[in-house]
Write a protein that binds this ligand. Structure first.
Ligand code: GLN
Ligand code: ZN
Length: 784
């Protein structure tokens, strides 16, 4: 049959004109599900609140899918994806497809419905949700499959097939997308009660029969292409893991015959061994590569590319908001075309467009020049098709000219380049930016001034953000209340937060961050070089979306950003008030970053801006300054070989912010995660005086970190309770936790604090929890 195909295909090509065939050699890896105005988010949340029915939700979803397919079809895209829609997450959809529902959800078989599905995603009254974790190095989170040796897989969600049919009914033939079987297993974890060393790949033989059923149904429904997403191929895999790919696709081969099979990879280039494995898979006819983050892909393709196979070239960036440099992409495509052959090259996106914003047309407030530099998902679809047409000799001259003009304006715009900032950043080279005195001596000097009790108590920064508070900020932004009214309202809030902390008898206070909507946006709005969108939302998990700022130019700080509030707060108390800043690495990692200079250069510029703020805070009499690096770990590259370089400039950027302060000024940093084992030396290299970290979920993991901390001598505040839960920890529980830490850590370096900021909690939770935290600390102080 395969041979027959090879003979039949070229004949088909001859029937239609070559140009006609090739003009549509365009493909989209995946598309945002939320809708241009977050329609799905609101439909989901209304359904979860019981305010609307399942039919209402399904209707919104159906309409969104239809409009996305139509949009791509009208743009001329040839390979339009289906099954990239999801009510929550595509990995959870795969779990549903395989019937891999953990026992605790008491699923009794049959097609998995919304209630079981959402219970897995979000938990229900009696059962907690499945774990969620970051999707590679993006800010998207997927639901981690929980697998074990006794699990019985059954075909329990026909979503892939029904979406294919749904598009077909609209007259659109799509490429159904499945999470590939090997990536699915490599992204899973052993279920509770299953040995941690359980070999997840041993389940391959049990899930492939389900994949076969799905493929058979898709074929019967008329599909001619299928896409398997196997992004784990870009990670560092061992020989055993690579062998799983070989055997999985060999096993699927007979079922796949008659179909064109695309294995899609993204987020980086492939290690050479993985590339070899991928391009040798049986039954596979096309490979998708991320040519934006995969700097070496071109070399790999040049070194060898199997003849007769398709290359899906991901030239249009799916993870950023910049308009593509079409001329540059076209020359990359032409180079590839020369290698793989004219009719085997398909223009694509670097990854699913779900990692970028949805549609630029809704940005009515963004100024025209900046807007001309941008392309969101809807515009990227058009770019992909324009490139495919150009390759086929049908270049849309006007479109290309407008693009070239926008690229040129971006390169030369005075809004992008700030000579002074460039010079200051260049001058950073050659110095390490380290404080001259070592941390123990600094802590001594600080203690003389601060006079803190042993086991000092503090919080991480934010206090509960009430509806009233959010309203005040909103009204001020909308110019409905005056600056004076706003300032007074925020001052009152700070006064309240200071009073609460004094009553609780906390040692180092915070002002509560009432003026901040978001820890990155607040700073971005006051720095030059940043722009903000009205609807540039990106899905983070489930119905949650984030709206990252856009860094388009050299970053500088025209005016102090936090000094007024910190000074005001300090004037209300005789206890030390922490200045509260977001660090450069976190601002960088939670923004859309410019692509016309290396990330580290942008990070150094932000570091210089934050440095000025640190110095102004110090000059204003603030003795303790916390610089949050919540997202430092998030930026860690996917491949180990690139970790050292990233950590080096990230940590350097942090040090730049505070290397100039006096010994007596205490620098804190805070990080929202506890898996430090692999990066502990970098954390120490940040050279902060006090490090507060999340800890409530994983005591043992931190032990090694503690030990390193002891050697280093900095203060350490591993969170003593979990702020993500509304549960109020008892005094005994917290005391017990502190005692466990004291078994490993010196009394004089331990700080007592919650896990993270209290922004999302209610006062009725925060007050008793902090009361217990302080009582537990006092109790232990008497026992020392
Ligand atoms: N200072 C911030 C707060 O308390 C830190 C938040 C974070 O680490 N994500 O809200
Ligand atoms: Zn945190």
């Amino acid at each position: 049959i395969k041979q027959l195909h090879a003979i039949v295909k070229p004949a088909q090509f001859r029937e239609t004109s070559l140009i006609e065939k090739r003009k549509m050699a365009s493909h989209i890896v995946g598309y945002p599900r939320m809708g241009p105005k977050r329609e799905l988010k609101f439909a989901l949340e209304s359904f979860w609140d019981g305010k609307s029915s399942a039919e209402d939700l399904e209707k919104v979803a159906t309409n969104l899918r239809a409009s996305i397919w139509k949009q791509m079809s009208e743009a001329g895209i040839k390979y339009i994806p289906s099954n990239t829609f999801s009510y929550y997450d595509q990995v959870l959809d795969t779990t549903a497809m395989l019937g891999a529902v953990p026992e605790r959800y008491s699923w009794t078989g049959g097609e998995i419905g919304l209630s079981t599905y959402f219970s897995m995603a979000r938990g229900n009254a009696t059962v907690p949700a499945m774990e969620m974790t970051k999707w590679f190095d993006t800010n998207y989170h997927f639901i981690v499959p929980e697998l074990g040796p006794t699990i019985k897989f059954t075909y329990a969600s026909h979503k892939a097939v029904s979406e294919y049919k749904e598009a077909k009914a609209l007259g659109i033939d799509t490429v159904p997308v499945l999470v590939g079987p090997v990536s699915y297993l490599l992204l899973s974890k052993p279920a509770k009660g299953v040995d941690k060393s359980f070999p997840l790949l041993s389940l391959l033989g049990s899930i492939l029969p389900i994949y076969k059923e799905v493929v058979a149904e898709l074929k019967a429904a008329g599909a001619s292409w299928i896409q398997f997403d196997e992004p784990t191929l870009v990670k560092d895999l061992d020989a055993h893991e690579l062998a799983a790919f070989t055997s999985a696709y060999a096993e699927l081969e007979s079922e796949l015959s008659g179909l064109n099979v695309l294995v899609e990879t993204y987020f980086a280039d492939l290690p050479a061994e993985s590339y070899k494995t991928l391009t040798s898979l049986s039954g596979v006819t096309a490979y998708g590569f991320d040519l934006v983050r995969g700097a070496k892909t071109l070399d790999l393709v040049r070194s060898s590319f199997p003849s007769g196979k398709y290359l899906f070239a991901g030239v249009v960036d799916g993870r950023n908001i910049w308009a593509d440099d079409l001329a540059a992409s076209l020359s990359t495509l032409e180079a590839l075309e020369a290698i793989v052959g004219k009719d085997k090259l398909v223009v694509s996106t670097s990854c699913s467009l779900m990692h970028t914003a949805v549609d630029l047309v809704n940005e009515t407030k963004l100024d025209g020049e900046i807007k001309s530099w941008l392309a969101f998902a809807a515009q990227k679809v058009v770019e992909v098709n324009a490139l495919a047409k150009a390759l086929a000799g049908q270049r849309d001259e006007a479109y290309f000219a407008a693009n070239a003009a926008a690229q040129a304006s971006r390169r030369s715009s005075p809004r992008v380049t700030n000579e002074e900032v460039q010079k200051a950043a260049a001058a950073l080279k050659g110095s390490d930016h380290r404080r001259t005195t070592n941390v123990s001596a600094r802590l001594d000097a600080q203690q003389k001034k601060l006079n803190l009790p042993v086991l000092p108590t503090t919080t991480i920064g934010s206090f509960p953000q009430t509806m009233d508070l959010r309203r005040v900020r909103r009204e001020y932004k909308a110019k409905k209340i005056s600056e004076e009214e706003y300032t007074n309202a925020i001052k009152e809030e700070i006064r309240k937060v200071v009073k609460i902390q004094e009553e609780l008898d906390i040692d180092v206070l915070v002002h509560g961050e009432p003026e901040r909507n978001d820890m990155v946006e607040y700073f971005g709005e006051q720095l030059s070089g940043f722009a903000f969108t009205a609807n540039g939302w990106v899905q983070s998990y489930g119905s949650r979306c984030v709206k990252p700022p856009i860094i388009y130019g050299d970053v500088s700080r025209p005016n102090p950003m936090t000094v007024f509030w910190s000074k005001t707060a300090q004037s209300m108390t005789s206890r030390p008030m922490k200045g509260m800043l977001t660090g450069p690495v976190t601002i960088l990692n939670w923004s859309f970053v410019r692509n016309d200079q290396p990330r580290f250069e942008t990070c150094y510029q932000i570091a210089l801006a934050i440095k000025k703020e640190v110095e102004d805070l110090e000059a204003a009499g603030i003795q303790v300054i916390q610089i949050d690096e919540a997202a430092l770990r998030e930026g860690l590259p996917l491949r180990k070989s690139e970790h050292a370089f990233y950590l080096d400039w990230a940590v350097h950027s942090f040090r730049i912010t505070n290397c100039g302060v006096q010994d007596t000024t205490q620098i804190h940093t805070h990080m929202c995660y506890s898996n430090f084992n692999d990066i502990i030396h970098s954390i120490i290299d940040m050279d902060a005086d006090v490090i507060t970290i999340e800890n409530s979920r994983s005591d043992e993991k931190l032990l090694s970190v503690f030990r390193e901390g002891v050697k280093y001598g900095a203060g350490i505040g591993p969170g003593v309770y979990d702020i993500h839960s509304p549960r109020i920890p008892s005094t005994e529980e917290i005391a017990d936790r502190i005692n466990k830490m004291l078994a490993v850590l010196d009394t004089n370096i331990l700080w007592v604090n919650p896990d993270c900021g209290l922004k999302t909690r209610k006062y009725t939770e925060v007050k008793p929890a902090l009361t217990n935290m302080v009582s537990a600390t006092k109790l232990i102080r008497t026992q020392l």
